[in-house]
Design a protein around this ligand. Structure first.
Ligand SMILES: [Zn+2]
Length: 431
């Protein structure tokens, strides 16, 4: 394991932070181990920082669970060239305190009032620095790239769910609640492999990126490590125009920058096999749709409980007890269980009869759905330099908690019901 304390804290530049962690980019002298890397550190609430960690916590201090999940699960499903380097590194208190002092002047005041670098930690996460480097980096959250098969859908939901993709339906529900959505963006276009349709998807992503001032959830643009915040004024995206060599022209507009942006990124999305691989896993792992999974769950429960109803939630009329909520009291899979799951998924999944799922495979299908959710919620980073080779990398492939299954089932019903009632469905084009 590398020891990051061999570098000076001044060689790390503050990049950004979220609720639980804070990220730095290596800017020191050339160093085989740390060139082009980012360091992710855990934060802790201010009031807890003076408490010492229990002996147990000190002994454990486990690596970030996303590191083990990536190495043991994700790397079996995606080619390594598409994944960031991700590993644990040693840190110590004195070094972290030095870094925390340097970070302080760059941190947003509202964050500083709440938390700080957890200086009690002995380990941190080192990852490929995908946005902090030179040039243009684009982050796209593509979402669901497939339409479900009708096999396990009800007669009410099948016409809607096989016509309109999940993202377009969900956007509709969010918009009726006043949330900002990427209007006009359909993931099936982005995943299509067709130049015209990818252009359409990028155009829609760009337009909602501009109209939401950069807060739309599906596109982010970084130039030289800075995240851009577009406005209606073209100068708000001057660094991007510079990257795309538009600044020499007297009057670049949002539209000329958009066209140049698409010309830079579109060829990379056409050439990469990332999107195809991602869509295959998303759809294979979601073989039953959440509706089929709910039904399998109810069947499995009824087979164990004579007289139980074949429904989840409220009993329907008779006195039979309903099945408990989907996934209730199921333990989160361990890494060993994930490995065993992958042995089956990789070798046998395509030969299994998913039209008639066996209740003995309930746990298998629950894990499969959980993993499909990871692939539905990840992001792509497109590094699109002016010259030289670009790269497309997949990030945020974290494991999801299994207790979300029930929420996903309910959300699915809510999304489809709202969409059915709205009438006039969008025809998404299947791939
Ligand atoms: Zn769609």
């Amino acid at each position: 394991m590398f020891d990051v304390t061999t570098t000076s804290p001044t060689h790390w530049k503050y990049i950004s932070e979220g609720g639980a962690s804070i990220v730095f980019s290596y800017v020191g002298p050339s160093n085989q181990a740390f060139n082009h890397t980012a360091l992710r550190l855990r934060k802790a609430p201010l009031e807890t920082l003076n408490e010492s960690l229990s002996e147990e916590q000190q002994l454990e201090d486990p690596d970030d669970p996303s590191i083990a999940f990536q190495h043991q699960v994700i790397e079996r499903l995606l080619p390594e060239e598409f994944l960031p380097r991700l590993e644990g590194v040693h840190v110590n208190r004195a070094w972290l305190e030095g870094l925390a002092r340097i970070a302080d002047e760059h941190r947003p005041p509202e964050r500083k009032a709440r938390d700080a670098v957890d200086t009690r930690k002995k380990k941190a996460t080192l990852a490929t620095d995908l946005v902090g480097g030179k040039g243009l980096a684009v982050e796209i959250k593509p979402k669901w790239g497939f339409l479900p098969s009708a096999t396990h859908l009800s007669s009410e939901t099948a016409p809607v769910k096989t016509t309109t993709c999940r993202f377009c339906m969900h956007s509709h529900l969010k918009a009726t609640r006043g949330a900002e959505v990427s209007e006009g963006y359909c993931p099936l276009d982005l995943f299509s492999g067709d130049a015209d349709r990818i252009r359409k998807a990028l155009t829609a992503l760009w337009d909602s990126w501009v109209s939401t001032g950069g807060s739309s959830n599906n596109l982010r643009v970084f130039v030289e490590g800075q995240m851009l915040r577009p406005s209606a004024t073209p100068s708000s995206i001057q660094p991007l125009a510079d990257q795309l060599h538009l600044s020499a022209e007297e009057n670049f507009t949002l539209y000329t920058v958009r066209d140049a942006f698409i010309s830079r990124t579109l060829p990379m999305l056409l050439q990469t096999s990332v999107l195809r691989i991602l869509a295959v896993h998303q759809s294979n792992l979601d073989a039953l749709d959440i509706e089929g999974l709910v039904h399998l769950w109810a069947r499995a429960y009824a087979s164990r409980t004579p007289g139980a109803a074949l429904t989840t939630g409220q009993p329907e009329g008779d006195d039979a007890p309903p099945a408990p909520p989907l996934g209730a009291s199921m333990p989160q899979p361990t890494l060993d269980e994930w490995s065993a799951f992958l042995d089956v998924y990789i070798n046998k999944h395509t030969q299994m009869d998913h039209d008639h799922p066996d209740i003995a495979n309930l746990r298998y299908y629950c894990l499969a759905y959980l993993l499909s959710a990871t692939f539905k919620d990840c992001s792509l980073i497109i590094q699109a330099p002016d010259q030289g080779l670009g790269a497309v990398t997949i990030i945020d492939l974290d494991v999801k908690p299994i207790d979300r299954l029930d929420k996903w089932g309910k959300l699915d019903r809510e999304i489809v019901e709202a969409y059915r009632q709205a009438g006039r469905p969008t025809q998404c084009v299947a791939n």
